[in-house]
Design a binder for this molecule. Structure first.
Ligand code: 2AM
Length: 179
């Protein structure tokens, strides 16, 4: 059987923002909120691809490399909990148009390449806790992190020694210009 890998497209958070978020999380959320996601794993998924063959991965990478759009500013100022998937998340109160455009493009390329895509609307989020099975008291509004997004990445999800880590396979700049 051909090898396949669990892949997704995502935005990486600047490492200083990852660090600031985990300090804020430790201060603002109850200690038993759930299983905290490690700082280096904090990301915003644009399109989940699932288990993908090498051949399909190459095709998706070629399509991603054709995307031409400028970068955008992302403001993280919202948080919530989804009890169905047992996650606590943070994200933008108002998603920037560039983010929606990029995710829609990657999701439709994935769907056309045969990767199952959820019919639910894209809800941009960064998972902060997993296994959050009981309702968690959320921090008061007023928090906010803002940064410029200038690239997006293809990630592989690797589960080893009881932990998940994400490995960047490829990155593409967000630019209108032809190379
Ligand atoms: P989550 O953080 O909301 O769980 C790697 O697993 C990334 O892909 C995570 O950001 C995860 O979202 C997302 N992901 C996993 N399974 C998914 C699915 N079936 N549909 C959409 N996104 C998924």
């Amino acid at each position: 059987m051909a090898e396949s890998r669990r892949l997704f497209f995502a935005l990486t958070l600047p490492s200083e923002v990852q660090q600031q978020i985990i300090h804020w999380r430790a201060a603002e959320f109850p200690a038993d909120a759930g299983r905290p996601v490690a700082a280096a794993n904090l990301h915003l998924t644009l399109a989940f691809l699932g288990d993908v063959s090498e051949e399909k991965c190459r095709a998706l990478s070629r399509l991603a490399g054709r995307i031409r759009q400028p970068g955008f500013n992302l403001k993280l100022d919202d948080a919530g909990q989804w009890l169905r998937s047992s996650v606590v998340w943070m994200g933008p109160r108002q998603a920037p148009r560039g983010l929606l455009q990029l995710a829609n493009m990657l999701r439709s390329q994935a769907a056309r390449s045969g990767c199952y895509q959820s019919p639910l609307p894209f809800h941009p989020h960064i998972t902060l806790y997993r296994n959050a099975i009981r309702p968690v008291a959320l921090p008061a509004p007023g928090f906010s992190w803002q940064f410029r997004v200038e690239e997006f990445s293809l990630y592989q999800s690797i589960f080893e020694q009881g932990r998940t880590r994400y490995q960047t396979l490829e990155r593409w700049p967000l630019t209108n210009k032809e190379e």
